[in-house]
Design a protein around this ligand. Structure first.
Ligand code: SF4
Length: 754
């Protein structure tokens, strides 16, 4: 992967100059997070001290990773940029679309058949444009990234919220929407609000039943699911240095559950060991040479209160194993208090299934610690009472733990090994009987446990714990069991106790794999054809959007005046629609179907001004499109909040909506609209929202002199012949105005490439 090592060298070569420049403007000792952020500024120069939680800053990430569900639209859009290759090293990982049902081999075969067109597309588009492609069965994106691509001091974006996992290897790694991934692959800047910083000081050392997972379970209990919002969490202290690199990854991974932008650890010997253990001694040597820049300044860690916005201290020597849940990952229970909580909460005490693995907890260390418990079930004549499944995070880990005999141990205990994929973690679990919606309990070593996430059953009480605790509970089959204090009755009727887990951080014989499932891209992809069937209902090649006609836009029909909350879910619903996420025309049939029409208080029922009849929003808009008439959507406050899904901006653009006029925008959605060449406008006077009438024809005036900081005018031509002219604001800068004129940001890139 020469592409990568060259990129890493470049990052490290520039690090000293960039950190020195940052020191000058910030004018105080730097956290690790600041060093990485300042060394990845888009223009390469730290010219100002950014205000945490306020300044919007353009960054230049080093690489992009995408999972198969979100990669589809990102890559379809990227193709529009006209570039021969991606601008930064990028990879695609086929992990989310594999359903767990009967075990690894059969499930993988089924997925390969059912998702063939998606995999063929992703494989061919990766081959053509220089992306690494990880086939179905290769593993979960974040584990594969940790094993192959993450590097200390780097910056990565990924189209999945657990991209943050790479913080375990010292990287600022952030989950984003497909539009951001497309931009970075196309060579554009990536914008982020400069984060606040939370410092977590770890003292002491883990021992016995406690593991890295318990650190984040504890932190989740302290900060709750919202406490990390807009912040990067930086871990430091002697306790941090004592944790294995993959343990650090587990902590960063689950940082997504406290809403953190990302989490990070500084470079240390554990990371160097992991890099060497995963065949990257060259990266470790490069990192060693700049190690002082790959951790926070000493003054910062000596007096963290002066440099972080919030500081938390955890003594690992005193930390108990935790179990979090049900239904939310921040309901944290120390093991000693859990049995009482189960009884008090009236949660089903009988444990049905224990599930270990996922991108959060499937390292060699995790598997060996869990296996040391599983082995005791066999040695001590215990019959596992609950079902037990293992989801390896990557083929490399699976092959290695199989070679070293650990999978056999799980099988002896009655465990089922699932495919190296997301499976039950993302609801891709055909759990027998889930449709009956019975109240039941499961426990996993995954990260999320919201209702319905694992098996679709709202009555499944899902708890989160470390793999070793999950394994012990699966043996006991009882949520009130405490493996640290309680005994179990074995097949001979004897009382036996489980010993503390023991693990091995890195395989003594080294990692091994026969076929990691990687497909390198063609050296010259110009002759490679991207495979998309014209009859596919899941995938559709995109056509460039039309450029602005060069005049004011007049005679727009009001499509909908949305009332109240209108999130990206209201604009482009998820659920069953997600299967069309690679087919813009098909998914556009969900456009705004969740928005409430101001005039009749109903969802998905608007007046078609051509016929006077009420109909579904997408159908009405298609009627306008067929008649060659543009339209406008009016909305309330914070329009487009929620997930950064790019479809919410692409669908209206595709169906012929020309402008979105609202009281205020959620910033990411506003930017997404601009990128697609739409007009994103706000009322200068919010009371003008009330002037919009159901039969209005609307003109947008002032576009021929469209300029930053200059309002536009909107004329409301009412049905009774009267008119209102109102002032509307916008936040377009000069470049974004060019995007509008060209019909979208990608049209500009394409023009510049040719
Ligand atoms: S294993 Fe779970 S958390 Fe990890 S990427 Fe897959 S769905 Fe997301």
């Amino acid at each position: 992967m020469a592409f990568d090592i060259d990129m890493i060298k470049k990052v490290y070569d520039n690090l000293d100059a960039k950190v020195t420049a940052a020191r000058k403007v910030v004018n105080k000792p730097l956290t690790l997070t600041e060093k990485i952020l300042y060394s990845h500024l888009w223009d390469g120069a730290a010219t100002t001290a950014f205000e945490r939680g306020k300044s919007y800053v353009d960054f230049a990430p080093d690489r992009v990773a995408m999972q198969d569900a979100t990669a589809q639209m990102a890559l379809l859009q990227f193709m529009q940029a006209g570039r021969p290759q991606v601008a930064v090293p990028s990879t695609v990982h086929c992990d989310h679309l594999i359903q767990a049902k009967e075990g690894a081999d059969k499930d993988l075969a089924t997925a390969n058949t059912q998702n063939k067109e998606v995999y063929d597309f992703l494989s061919s588009v990766s081959n053509k444009y220089g992306l690494g492609f990880w086939k179905p069965g290769a593993g979960v994106i974040h584990q594969v990234v940790l094993e192959n691509y993450a590097f200390p001091g780097g910056m990565m974006i990924g189209t999945d919220s657990h991209t943050v996992n790479a913080g375990g290897l010292g990287m600022v790694a952030i989950g984003v929407g497909g539009a951001d991934a497309c931009d970075v692959m196309a060579g554009l800047a990536w914008e982020l609000k400069f984060p606040k910083l939370i410092g977590v000081k770890l003292t002491g050392k883990l021992s016995g039943w406690t593991s890295a997972k318990d650190v984040i379970l504890k932190v989740a209990g302290i900060l709750t699911v919202k406490g990390g919002t807009g912040a990067i969490v930086e871990y430091f202290g002697e306790g941090a240095n004592s944790l294995s690199c993959t343990g650090k990854g587990t902590i960063c991974n689950m940082g997504a559950e406290i809403g953190a932008t990302t989490s990070i650890f500084g470079y240390d010997t554990k990371m160097a060991d992991y890099l060497r253990g995963t065949d990257r001694a060259d990266v470790a040597s490069l990192a060693d040479a700049v190690a002082h820049h790959l951790t926070g300044d000493e003054e910062v860690y000596a007096n963290p209160e002066l440099y972080f916005d919030q500081v938390i201290e955890i003594n690992l020597s005193e930390l108990e194993p935790h179990i979090n849940g049900p239904f939310t990952p921040d309901l944290a229970w120390p093991l000693s208090k859990f049995a009482a909580a189960v009884k008090e909460g009236g949660w089903p005490t009988k444990l049905e299934v224990g599930l270990i693995g996922s991108c959060t907890n499937s390292s060699y260390e995790d598997i060996t610690r869990a296996a040391s418990i599983a082995q005791q079930a066999v040695d001590k004549n215990l019959q596992a009472k609950a079902e037990f499944t293992i989801t390896p995070g990557s083929e490399q880990v699976r092959y290695t733990v199989d070679r070293d005999g650990y999978l056999k141990i799980f099988e002896n205990m009655g465990g089922v090994v699932l495919a190296n994929a997301c499976g039950p973690c993302i609801g891709q679990w055909a759990r027998h009987g889930a449709e009956k919606q019975e109240k039941n309990s499961i426990i996993t070593s995954f990260n999320r446990n919201f209702a319905k996430r694992a098996d679709g059953n709202p009555n499944t009480h899902s708890f989160v714990a470390s793999p070793e605790i999950v394994t012990a509970f699966a043996i006991a089959g009882d949520l009130t069991f405490n493996p640290m204090t309680d005994t179990l009755t074995n097949k001979n009727g004897e009382q036996v106790k489980l010993d503390e887990p023991k693990g091995i951080e890195l395989p003594i014989k080294g990692f091994a794999v026969e076929d990691a499932g990687f497909q390198a891209p063609a050296a010259d992809g110009s002759a490679v054809q991207v495979l998309v069937s014209e009859t596919s209902d899941r995938l559709q090649l995109l056509a460039p959007f039309a450029a602005w006609e060069g005049t004011d836009i007049k005679g727009l029909k009001l499509l909908i005046k949305a009332k109240g909350k209108c999130t990206t879910d209201h604009i482009s619903m998820a659920g069953p629609w997600l299967k069309f996420r690679g087919h813009l025309d098909n998914i556009s049939n969900n456009m705004l179907i969740g928005a409430i029409n101001f005039f009749n208080e109903k969802a998905d029922t608007v007046k078609n001004q051509l016929t006077g009849e009420y109909g579904a929003v997408p159908a009405t808009q298609r009627a306008y499109k067929a008649a060659g008439i543009g339209s406008i959507v009016v909305g309330d406050e914070n329009y487009g909040e929620g997930s950064s899904r790019e479809h919410a901006a692409m669908e209206p653009r595709h169906l012929g909506v020309r402008a979105i006029l609202v009281k205020s925008f959620a910033r990411i959605h506003e930017t997404n609209l601009k990128k697609q060449g739409m007009l994103a406008l706000t009322f200068a006077n919010n009371a003008d929202y009330d002037k919009i009438q159901e039969d209005d024809q609307i003109d947008i005036i002032g576009l021929t002199s469209f300029a930053p900081n200059t309002p536009l005018s909107v004329v409301l031509n009412h049905k009774d012949g009267s008119k209102d002219e109102i002032s509307v604001n916008h936040t377009y800068n000069a470049q974004q105005i060019e995007w509008f004129k060209a019909g979208g940001a990608l049209n500009i890139i394409r023009a510049s490439v040719k």
